[in-house]
Design a protein around this ligand. Structure first.
Ligand code: SF4
Length: 458
């Protein structure tokens, strides 16, 4: 009785929502099953950001209906029920993104549990006596995403996240820190901090303080990161908007409190295109910012994403982007061709770029960036770098690890020879012996102890 299947799609932020829903399902006594055929209800947590993601979500809903029958849809696409019901009128219920209460209400309605039959209650209190909002993790035990805010106060013209998720709502610093403490106590070695715009964290709360470990901690990224770094795990930042105050974080990287890694989606280098995107800066200011960061922390690894083929983009704009990428020498770059998102303001802009031109621009940018990436990774050959072990390799004694400059799931890896005693989650030092356009190879020099957490209770 009470068998629920779950499909989780989309970005790490959606993954955290899935973890919360799964936790609540377990807490209420539902059995989580991993085959559609065994499920009495299937919950599909969807992504609705760009057209291919919408299609993937609609396909997943269709498959769940066909193979199981009763389907509850939640997530970003759940904010557009008409799109879902038009394609799949047999969907049993639709709720919006991050709506744990709504999903639970619908699951309870569709699949009421016998109150006498509870079997799987999870403990819900953390060490600090705070409610634990996430006991089920979908990531491996040694790393976890830590969501510090929902929503976004920007209004980029190509993006519908603010209309789906609303304006930014930050969590109090103490809530984030209690969750992080519990994760680290449970074996997490790397905390990956996420939000739509991590650098704006706390602005909606006017950076108010909350009580953690007998001190007041402001809801601001710099003090939050300082506290997180005391837990003894790696702390990595994602989705940082290029505000001037991001510079305050770089000394924390230089002193080793925060991984020397920044994921800063710049989206373009042409001021004209950026204006049309309603985003700040341009090639010159981007370069000034990056040079200033690297002067404080020379080992800083920068990841960014760019959109080519935005409406109105000219060949001059593309040249400006290529010149910028050659000068900036970013370590990791994701490139996307512009695609219309239903409801986005950019759809109404003039000068839409034909698909074949978008693809040709994409290929040019990728070719240049592959060259940059190859050169930057080759410069690491011979160095000894710290890395966290994610998995075992295919060769005897080989492990798949990530250096401090590689985020899980999106960046490259370090394939490393070891003596066979190294385990998943271990921190190692490895000598880099080879490289290609994306990955490194190396030899393990030694295993390092994880830094003990600074005691925070009592
Ligand atoms: S910063 Fe821009 S692209 Fe990112 S979520 Fe906010 S509106 Fe969307």
């Amino acid at each position: 009785m009470g068998r629920v299947g779950f499909v989780s799609l989309g970005c790490p932020k959606a993954l955290v929502d899935s973890e919360r829903i799964l936790t609540q399902l377990r807490v209420e006594g539902y059995d989580l099953v991993d085959r559609f055929e065994d499920a009495e209800v299937v919950v599909v947590n969807t992504c609705g950001f760009i057209t291919p993601a919408v299609e993937e979500s609609l396909d997943a809903i269709g498959e769940a209906i066909e193979r199981s029958g009763t389907v509850v849809v939640t997530g970003c696409l759940g904010e557009r029920p008409e799109t879902i019901m038009e394609r799949h009128p047999r969907v049993a219920a639709v709720t919006g993104q991050a709506d744990v209460t709504g999903v639970m209400r619908e699951v309870r309605r569709l699949l009421p549990l016998d109150p006498a039959g509870f079997t799987g209650l999870l403990p819900l209190a953390s060490e600090a006596g705070r409610p634990d909002t996430r006991a089920v993790k979908l990531t491996p035990r040694h790393y976890a995403y830590l969501k510090i805010a929902e929503g976004c106060n920007h209004r980029c013209s190509f993006c519908i996240i603010p209309s789906l998720r609303g304006d930014q709502v930050s969590r109090d610093a103490a809530d984030v820190l209690f969750e992080a403490t519990r994760l680290v106590a449970g074996g997490t070695k790397e905390l990956v901090v996420i939000a739509q715009d991590s650098s704006a964290y706390g602005s909606d709360l006017r950076h108010r303080t909350s009580r953690y470990a007998e001190r007041d901690v402001a809801a601001h990224l710099v003090p939050l990161v300082r506290e997180l770094s005391g837990l003894g795990a790696w702390v990595r930042l994602h989705y940082v908007y290029p505000y001037p105050h991001v510079r305050d974080l770089i000394p924390l990287m230089a002193e080793g409190s925060l991984l020397p890694y920044l994921d800063v989606p710049l989206q373009h280098a042409s001021p004209r295109v950026l204006r049309a995107m309603r985003r700040p800066g341009g090639a010159e200011s981007h370069l000034d910012t990056i040079r200033a960061w690297r002067s404080i922390c020379p080992d800083l690894v920068i990841r960014s994403t760019f959109i080519v083929g935005f409406p109105g983009e000219t060949e001059d704009d593309v040249d400006m982007l290529l010149d910028f990428l050659a000068a900036a020498e970013l370590d990791r770059v994701g490139v996307f061709t512009y695609s219309e998102v239903p409801g986005a303001d950019a759809n109404a802009l003039p000068g839409h770029v034909p698909e074949d031109v978008k693809q040709e621009r994409y290929a040019r940018v990728m070719t240049l960036q592959q060259h940059v990436s190859t050169t930057r990774l080759a410069a690491k050959v011979g160095r000894v770098l710290r890395a966290i072990v994610d998995d075992y390799g295919t060769l005897p004694g080989e492990v798949v690890a990530r250096t401090e400059g590689d985020a899980p799931g999106i960046d490259g890896v370090l394939r490393c020879e070891t003596d066979g005693t190294v385990k998943i989650g271990d921190l190692i030092e490895a000598r880099v012996t080879g490289s290609d356009a994306y990955d490194l190879t190396g030899t393990c020099v030694r295993t390092l102890p994880w830094r003990p957490a600074v005691p925070v209770f009592g």
